[in-house]
Design a binder for this molecule. Structure first.
Ligand code: ING
Ligand code: ZN
Length: 305
């Protein structure tokens, strides 16, 4: 059996298993899937992803899926790989259309050092594993990007969960992934970042409460996406800009992509749940969470039809 059939979405996987899964997709769908090394972490791990393209010329508009930038948010990598699998295997016409009309860039584990640490040492680890002052490790990789870095909602203290790092892109993982994103930025029309938990669909920016760019498009589209999501199992999402929905938070990846390249569609998901299990979402909820999320992605990408 192909490892992609053993992989499955009834349990959570390790960093090595995610990488093995991505490699087997390339073996199985050589004309459609390309393995990409987007970056490298502080501890020297590869940040692997795939491009999925059903067009021989690679000229489709690009959609980027980012997950596990925060190590403990395990549901996020499970959902993006489930979506990846559906893009390759679904026979649902709506899914086939979004799959084949876009070039997909899927990077399941943005923060491999942190993710490995959640398996070996501390399930609740969030940050990178770069050693900083005293005995504290890690900057928050979602406070470390260079668009209005250090503009509120991040900490100067290395021991803080939201430590922004000594400078923008101090973390090898964010720096190298930003360089990769730059290299494909001219192709990207959508950047979707996955976090957990709280059931929110968040609109840029995190550094300012102002409704910049195309909020008048992304807010109503986000409401329709949340409706699609809810229509599957009744899961309720709140839609709003980051500052209004949660808090000021500068240095996020989505702010940088949107602010630097003007990517038309940019959302951050805060997946299930609302706090009962929080980061430790039971594996039985992976598939339902992914199925409802895919419904919302179909709605979001209808914008480009
Ligand atoms: N939430 C995100 C965080 O980094 C966020 C929310 C998204 C902030 C995008 C800024 C930009 O705090 C979680 N759960 O990590
Ligand atoms: Zn997060």
């Amino acid at each position: 059996k192909f490892a992609s059939e053993r992989f499955g979405w009834t349990s959570y996987h390790t960093y090595e298993e995610y990488n093995e899964y991505l490699r087997t997709l390339v073996d199985r769908y050589p004309n459609t899937v390309t393995l990409l090394q987007g970056g490298t972490s502080y501890e020297g791990r590869q940040i692997l992803g795939v491009r999925v393209s059903f067009s021989s010329s690679n000229l489709n508009r690009g959609v980027f899926l980012e997950s596990l930038i925060h190590a403990r948010e395990w549901i996020t990598g499970a959902v993006t790989t489930y979506v990846l699998n559906e893009l390759l295997t679904s026979t649902d016409p709506a899914v086939r259309r979004i799959a084949e009309n876009h070039d997909w860039y899927v990077f399941p584990v943005f923060n491999p050092d942190g993710y490995v640490f959640t398996h070996t040492s501390n399930r609740m680890w969030r940050k990178t594993r770069v050693p900083y002052s005293g005995s504290c490790f890690g900057a928050d990789p979602n406070r470390n990007w260079g668009h209005y870095w250090n503009s509120g909602g991040s900490s100067a203290l290395p021991c803080s969960e939201t430590y922004r790092g000594p400078r923008a892109f101090s973390e090898p993982s964010t720096r190298t992934m930003s360089e990769f994103i730059t290299s494909i930025s001219h192709r990207l029309v959508a950047y979707l970042s996955f976090h957990s938990y709280s059931q929110l669909l968040l609109i840029p920016y995190g550094y300012t409460a102002a409704y910049l760019d195309n909020y008048n498009v992304t807010y109503p589209l986000g409401l329709r996406a949340a409706q699609s999501l809810a229509s599957r199992y009744g899961t309720q999402y709140t839609v709003g800009n980051i500052v209004e929905a949660i808090y000021v938070a500068s240095g996020g990846s989505m702010d940088w992509v949107k602010g630097t390249y003007g990517t038309e569609i940019a959302y951050t998901y805060e997946l299930r749940d609302t706090g009962r299990f929080g980061f430790i979402l039971p594996a039985e909820q992976i598939i339902p969470t992914a199925v409802e999320t895919l419904d919302s992605l179909v709605t979001i990408l209808q914008y480009f039809q």
